[in-house]
Design a protein around this ligand. Sequence first.
Ligand SMILES: *Cc1c(COP(=O)(O)O)cnc(C)c1O
Length: 233
Amino acid sequence: MTKLAQRLKAVQTQITNSAKACRRNPDEVLLLAVSKTQPIEAVKAVAQAGQTRFGENYLQDALPKIQALNEAGFNLEWHYIGPIQSNKTRAIAENFQWVHSVDRLKIAQRLNEQRPADLPPLKVCIQVNIDNEPQKAGITAAELNNLAEAINALPRLELHGLMAIPAATASLQQRHAAFAELRQLFNALPQTNTLDTLSMGMSHDLDVAIAEGATIVRIGTAIFGPRKPQPKN
Ligand SMILES: *Cc1c(COP(=O)(O)O)cnc(C)c1O
C-alpha cells in the first residue's frame, strides 16, 4: 500500500471510530479529500485507493487536475470549497458537482445562470461565517434564511445544507459550540427534500465535528501531508 493509501485508510478508520463513539452510523459521514495545491500524481494515488470525492479551493489549481483525472478514466466528484469571485463562477458551474462556499445572492444567481443545461443541478451549501470573523467568507446567521429562500427559487441550484470553518484560533471546546450552532441553523432552514448536508470538520477537529452531526468532513493535511503555499487563483 502506498503512503497516501495508508493515510487515507487511517482517516477512514478515524471517521468510523468517531461515528461509532457517538452512536452514529459511519455511513452518514462522507469523506471529502481536500487536494488543494497537491499535485496530480497525489490525487491519482488517492483516487486509486478508492477515494471518489475531492475538494479544491483555487480554480486555476483545480482545473488541470480535474481534466487529467477525467482523461485517466476516473469518475470523481469535485467539490469547490474556496472563496468565490464573480469572474470564476462560469468555470465552477461547468466543472464541479458541488459548491460548499456560496455566501451571497449574486454568486448563487450567476452559478444558476451558468450551470450547463446538460448537467444536473449544481449541489450547493451556504457558507456561514460562524465566528463572525471580519475577513472570512460566509454569510451571517441573521441573513442565512433569506439567502436559503432565494436559492430554493433557483432551478439550476439544489441547496443541500451548510458549511463553516471555525476561527483558526478556536479551541476544541469553542469548535464544539460553533459546530452545534451550525447544526441548529441547519435545523431552522426552510425545509426541502434536498437538505442533507452539514459540511464541517477538518484534519484537526473532525472528531468534534462528527460528534456535532457533520455529514461531510473536509480533510486535507491528514491525507496528503503539508501543503505548498497558496497559488494565485
Ligand atoms: C484547506 C481546507 C480544508 C482542509 O484543511 P486540513 O486542515 O488540511 O484538513 C478544509 N476545508 C476548507 C474550506 C479548506 O480551505
